[in-house]
Ligand binder design. Structure first.
Ligand code: NAD
Ligand code: TYD
Length: 349
């Protein structure tokens, strides 16, 4: 094998698409997927590649420093692509500590393990930290997040991701640890856990349940198809410059309520329901505390420097996503049994 890559959080939504892309595209890389399998981690996401000769799964928790050191010692990775995190804003409002532990302390443990393993020779080594546009805070009606936009995180989730970003850059500055960092906008696509807007609403429409829109529904997000995020990660990992940050976005802003109406229309068509059936499920509910009004990414740096841009339009991506959920009801049924019901009750009752 030419290289060993450690991908953390590879059983989650984005991580599983990154693992699949790397396992299939780079048969001469050994891909080690490290994941604790929290509620968000699911090995069913990787059934198609689980027996690939260049793939190995390790169940481990990044909050345990000794375990991380042992994993690095055993596999001696040349590169790390770090996605493992607590990722849902509403959960961070209900219980911030898990976010501080995993996102801040977990990232520090990985940085320490990488630094220790690579200390004699950084040649050919790279620590890739996957982050979010939410670290930049909230925009008004106009403007975009640039790589130079000052950090202004507003939720426990975004604050914990911001802290992890700062740690990565500090290790780069202080110990010369070779790193790259990306801040991406909202992803959507297959294998997305149905707590986030798009998969939650697809699942609720499927079950004729209310669609809980927070506040006035005029909050804006920039949506990117998850496979395009994985493609961007591949490009930045291989061609990004050491120490650089790249913003990744879909050039695709939607007000929540407009997105929800489009989703309802498409679901009616695909489920052969009368037009307007799903829209009747829209229910405005109490707003999320501290809700960021608008996120919008300027993704021109990665476009101009690395030649990346989204390959899928929003219409195509949404069709692919809905079709995947309708064809994978068993997956949805598995992830929405057990603890999910308790979460749903507490969040939306
Ligand atoms: P996810 O919640 O679907 O998956 C997270 C994965 O990390 C799960 O497989 C989980 O088991 C694992 N994990 C959690 N805690 C762990 C721990 N302590 N030790 C080991 N593994 C652990 O998240 P996602 O949406 O796929 O996001 C992946 C990364 O991308 C995160 O770092 C997130 O901040 C970032 N990001 C997400 C989005 C988005 O729209 N989802 C956008 C930009 C950036
Ligand atoms: P989400 O998918 O949780 O992503 P994020 O908060 O990280 O951007 O939410 C996307 C938008 O949808 C956000 O403005 C909050 C809103 N939203 C609702 O209106 N209702 C819901 O039930 C959820 C989960 C989100």
């Amino acid at each position: 094998m030419k290289k060993t890559l450690l991908i953390t959080g590879g059983a989650g939504f984005i991580g599983s698409h990154v693992v699949r892309l790397f396992v299939n595209k780079y048969p001469d890389y050994k891909i080690v997927n490290l994941d604790a399998l929290t509620y968000a981690g699911n090995l069913e996401n990787l059934k198609d590649i689980e027996h690939a000769p260049n793939y190995e799964f390790v169940r481990a928790d990044i909050t345990e420093p000794a375990t991380m050191n042992a994993v690095f010692e055993k596999y001696r990775p040349d590169g790390v692509i770090h996605l493992a995190a607590e990722s849902h804003v509403d959960r961070s409002i209900a219980d911030p500590n898990a976010f501080i532990q995993t996102n801040v302390m977990g990232t520090a443990n990985l940085l320490n393990a990488a630094r220790y393993l690579w200390k004699d020779n950084y040649e050919g080594k790279r620590f890739y930290h996957v982050s979010t546009d939410e670290v930049y805070g909230s925009l008004g009606e106009t403007g975009f997040f640039l790589e130079t936009t000052p950090y202004d995180p507003q939720s426990p989730y975004s604050a914990s991701k911001a802290a992890s970003d700062h740690l990565v850059r500090a290790y780069g500055n202080t110990y010369h640890l070779p790193f790259v960092l990306t801040n991406c906008s909202n992803n959507y696509g297959p294998n997305h856990f149905p707590e986030k807007l798009i998969p939650l609403f697809i699942n609720n429409i499927r079950n004729n349940k209310p669609l809980p829109v927070y506040g006035d529904g005029k909050y804006t997000r920039d949506w990117l198809y998850v496979v395009d995020h994985a493609r961007a990660i591949d490009m930045v990992f291989h061609n990004g410059k050491n120490g650089e940050t790249y913003n990744i976005g879909g050039f695709n802003e939607w007000q929540n309520i407009e997105l929800v109406k489009l989703l309802c229309k498409k679901m009616d068509e695909k489920l052969h329901r009368e037009e307007g059936t799903s829209a009747h499920l829209i229910t405005y509910i109490k707003d999320r505390p501290g809700h960021d009004r608008r996120y919008a990414i300027d993704a021109n740096k990665i476009k101009n420097e690395l030649g990346w841009e989204p390959s899928v339009t929003f219409e195509e991506g949404l069709d692919k996503t809905i079709d995947w959920y309708l064809a994978n009801e068993e997956w949805l049924n598995h992830v929405t049994s057990g603890d999910y019901q308790k979460y749903y009750q507490e969040q939306y009752s």
